[in-house]
Design a binder for this molecule. Sequence first.
Ligand SMILES: [Zn+2]
Length: 58
Amino acid sequence: MGAKDPAMFDCPECGVTAPAASIPYDALGYAVCPVCAHSTTPRTPAGPVESRRSTRAD
Ligand SMILES: [Zn+2]
Protein backbone atom coordinates (compact mmCIF):
# COMPACT_ATOMS: atom_id res chain seq x y z
CA MET A 1 0.00 0.00 0.00
CA GLY A 2 1.95 2.96 -1.24
CA ALA A 3 0.27 4.89 -3.95
CA LYS A 4 -3.17 6.27 -3.36
CA ASP A 5 -5.80 4.21 -5.07
CA PRO A 6 -7.64 6.06 -7.78
CA ALA A 7 -11.19 6.92 -6.97
CA MET A 8 -13.45 4.20 -8.21
CA PHE A 9 -17.01 4.76 -9.18
CA ASP A 10 -19.32 2.12 -7.81
CA CYS A 11 -22.85 2.25 -9.11
CA PRO A 12 -25.43 1.28 -6.49
CA GLU A 13 -27.98 0.63 -9.20
CA CYS A 14 -26.34 -1.76 -11.64
CA GLY A 15 -23.20 -2.52 -9.66
CA VAL A 16 -20.76 -1.43 -12.34
CA THR A 17 -17.32 -0.34 -11.24
CA ALA A 18 -15.24 2.09 -13.24
CA PRO A 19 -12.47 4.60 -12.62
CA ALA A 20 -14.02 7.84 -11.49
CA ALA A 21 -11.81 9.70 -13.91
CA SER A 22 -13.39 7.97 -16.89
CA ILE A 23 -17.02 8.53 -16.07
CA PRO A 24 -19.14 11.58 -16.82
CA TYR A 25 -20.43 13.96 -14.23
CA ASP A 26 -23.68 15.84 -14.13
CA ALA A 27 -24.14 19.55 -13.68
CA LEU A 28 -24.00 19.20 -9.94
CA GLY A 29 -20.72 17.35 -10.07
CA TYR A 30 -22.10 13.95 -9.21
CA ALA A 31 -20.79 10.90 -10.96
CA VAL A 32 -23.12 9.51 -13.58
CA CYS A 33 -23.10 5.81 -14.28
CA PRO A 34 -22.04 5.16 -17.89
CA VAL A 35 -24.19 2.04 -17.97
CA CYS A 36 -27.52 2.93 -16.42
CA ALA A 37 -27.09 6.71 -16.19
CA HIS A 38 -27.76 6.65 -12.50
CA SER A 39 -26.34 9.71 -10.79
CA THR A 40 -24.74 9.10 -7.44
CA THR A 41 -25.96 11.68 -5.04
CA PRO A 42 -24.36 11.90 -1.64
CA ARG A 43 -26.30 10.34 1.18
CA THR A 44 -28.24 12.86 3.14
CA PRO A 45 -27.88 12.20 6.87
CA ALA A 46 -31.27 13.65 7.58
CA GLY A 47 -32.95 11.81 4.74
CA PRO A 48 -35.38 13.23 2.24
CA VAL A 49 -37.00 16.43 3.26
CA GLU A 50 -40.67 15.94 3.70
CA SER A 51 -43.12 18.73 3.75
CA ARG A 52 -43.26 19.62 7.36
CA ARG A 53 -46.77 20.36 8.21
CA SER A 54 -47.19 22.02 11.52
CA THR A 55 -50.58 22.93 12.74
CA ARG A 56 -50.71 26.58 12.11
CA ALA A 57 -53.58 28.62 13.29
CA ASP A 58 -53.94 31.69 11.20
ZN1 LIG B 1 -25.25 1.91 -13.10
